[in-house]
Ligand binder design. Structure first.
Ligand SMILES: C[S@@+](CC[C@H](N)C(=O)[O-])C[C@H]1O[C@@H](n2cnc3c(N)ncnc32)[C@H](O)[C@@H]1O
Length: 217
């Protein structure tokens, strides 16, 4: 597939991207990778799509956990519209024969309808222009009964200091182009429902909203 041009915000060196990502996770999301793993790792169906996989570092950690927990090996496709991110993910995940990676726009997936059992969108829906199109695409490619798991960044909550730090970090992200907009809880839930999902859970942790939804049968 052709490289998609114009991805300046994510063209940084993948190592800096990872370090920056961990700092943002702590200060803006008020979350951590272990909580994320607990939510995402066990929920991968026989054919899984990882939308906006990024540099592959977090996903590599998820895959190691799946191995350690002896979870079944599933067929995985990871997509991202940044060639730098997919290049880095290819290197990191080369030891996993069940993972393939492609450059693809999350709002226009070049994939068949009803072809995946599960879809994840991790730390990304608030970075993708037109998140509503991305959710519609996730719905389209899921089989009836298939499940979506996604976490969305919410507007800063918590005490004065926590809000001040998160607001500052979010402003940096917006200036840099790696954050479009945080969501309000109800706004994100509406987006998921408008895309067609039946919501099974919506839980806040720090400034993150974790949502699991199902494409009705
Ligand atoms: C904050 S990173 C998260 C990456 C990874 N899921 C993680 O948690 O480490 C957001 C990712 O979304 C990707 N992205 C942004 N817009 C996109 C689009 N329209 N289609 C596909 N990927 C996109 C970026 O290239 C970047 O890799």
């Amino acid at each position: 597939m052709e490289e998609i041009k114009g991805r300046e915000p994510y063209s940084d060196h993948p190592l800096w991207y990872d370090v920056r990502g961990l700092m943002i996770l702590r200060s803006s999301y008020r979350d951590n990778v272990f909580r994320q793993a607990y939510f995402f790792v066990p929920h991968m169906g026989a054919r899984h799509l990882e939308i906006a996989i990024g540099s592959g570092s977090l996903f590599y950690f998820f895959m190691l956990l799946r191995r350690a927990l002896r979870l079944e090996e599933v067929e995985i496709l990871g997509v991202d519209n940044s060639s730098e991110m997919i290049g880095s993910a290819r290197k990191k995940l080369s030891g996993f024969a069940n993972v393939s990676l492609e450059i693809m726009d999350a709002t226009q997936l070049d994939l068949d309808a009803k072809s995946f059992d599960t879809v994840h969108i991790v730390n990304s829906i608030h970075s993708i222009p037109h998140p509503e199109l991305c959710l519609k695409e996730a719905f389209r490619v899921l089989k009836p009964g298939g499940r979506l798991a996604v976490n969305a960044l919410l507007f800063p909550q918590g005490n004065f200091l926590q809000r001040a730090v998160a607001e500052r970090v979010n402003r940096f992200g917006q200036k840099k182009g790696i954050l479009r907009n945080p969501f309000m809880r109800h706004q994100f839930i509406d987006l998921c429902e408008c895309a067609g999902f039946e919501l099974e859970m919506a839980e806040e942790r720090g400034n993150s909203l974790y949502v699991r939804g199902r494409r009705p049968k």
